[in-house]
Design a protein around this ligand. Structure first.
Ligand SMILES: [Zn+2]
Length: 184
């Protein structure tokens, strides 16, 4: 997580590293990949994890889906990252102003798919905490996706149990550029 936090600090301060991908670098990448983390993020065009965490190609194993939910493809990607590439960290990154989460609050575009994946978690959070702001719902949604991933993936569950992998919910603030952990 330290490398991701340091990378995010560079992004926030507007001093990202310059990554060069010449023939040599591409040849190295062709040979193998050693990602340092798996990231589950929203498909939103403004929240690319490689940029937000200022990481080069080969560093992050990313799964993106609207609302950063634990969809079947997300579970598959996380399993691959944990099992094959042995990443020590899985970050589920929600973001402020998430359209998918907002639409589950009946604002704007509503898709049945979003309702199915996000609706139950957010309704449960509302009945527990009362009315929540969009920012709070984004946090709840990231935490819920972590729980769903653990429920759906035996690989991930076992890796966490043996303390080989950490899974953390986080939120990217689009205004400040900062990624904060969203653990309760
Ligand atoms: Zn989003």
């Amino acid at each position: 997580m330290d490398r991701l936090i340091r990378g995010n600090d560079r992004f926030v301060s507007g001093t990202p590293k310059t990554y060069v991908y010449g023939e040599k670098e591409r040849a190295t990448l062709c040979e193998e990949q050693k990602p340092i983390a798996a990231v589950v993020a929203c498909s939103d065009s403004r929240v690319a994890p490689e940029i937000v965490f200022d990481q080069p190609l080969g560093a992050l194993f990313v799964s993106r889906v609207p609302g950063n939910v634990a969809a079947e493809s997300t579970v598959w990607a996380v399993d691959l990252a944990v099992d094959v590439f042995e990443v020590p960290l899985v970050v589920v990154m929600g973001h402020t102003g998430c359209l998918a989460v907002a639409s589950s609050m009946d604002k704007g575009f509503v898709s049945p798919w979003i309702q199915q994946h996000i609706g139950p978690a957010l309704n449960a959070a509302r009945s527990k905490h009362g009315n929540l702001s969009l920012d709070q719902l984004v946090e709840e949604n990231a935490r819920h996706a972590v729980q769903r991933l653990l429920l759906m993936s035996t690989t991930l569950r076992n890796a966490v149990k043996s303390e080989r992998v950490s899974v953390v919910p986080a939120v990217y603030d689009m205004a400040t550029g900062k990624v904060s952990l969203a653990e309760e």
